[in-house]
Ligand binder design. Sequence first.
Ligand SMILES: [Zn+2]
Ligand SMILES: [Zn+2]
Length: 248
Amino acid sequence: MNPSCDCAGFCRDCGLEHVLPAEPALPYAQELMVALELRGSIGLDACADPRLSLEYLFGPARGQMFGVLAYRDASGQAGVLKAFSGQYNGVWEVPGWVPPILDPAEFARTIALDEPRIKDLTRRMHGLGVDDPARLAMLAERRGLSRNLMDRIFGLYRLTNFHGQTKPLAEVFTGKAMPTGTAECCAPKLLHHAAVHGLIPLGLAEFYFGRENRSATRRHGQFFAPCAEKCRPILGFMLCGLEGRVDG
Ligand SMILES: [Zn+2]
Ligand SMILES: [Zn+2]
């Protein structure tokens, strides 16, 4: 196994990198791929929501990342958590999969006011000349609204680590500018869920599933490390507190 698929990030509190290996989770990831292909859906049963069909991953939207986390609970019982990145075909919560870190209802309330305003500005800007002062004013207004909305969305995320510390996403992120979708990938979803429920992760693996991405860097069934842009800058905090507990 390529060690670069491990889950890792620099922890500011400890001044070092925390690492969770991919290897212990790989057999469960393989099992999940087989199960998904058999079912043809990420739903648990045959009469699942049609939006959960795997066809979605092979259409214009292309594939997305999935992840599994192998764990041991407080009584020593082993288990596996699974996650899909972000929303699946517009669905945040699917039984059998870990939920998003944010509250979907709060998310809906947050975007309800500004998203239509942003779309309306985009619509009104169409047909105006590039240097039209009206268009430039709308462009500036849209930029401000988008930036503000993004900050408020980031404000919905509070991350918990294995010391039981909970911090707002903006305090955890070690990079410069937070990309859209930070904390929506599989690794943060899985680690947060494990930390909140007192589960000790043994391994975490992420794989790409579906039609290859536009730049053809991600192909069906391939394993990847958690992403460098959104995940690495938060994983140091999220993995903190695990050392010494994994083999205990
Ligand atoms: Zn990521
Ligand atoms: Zn640490």
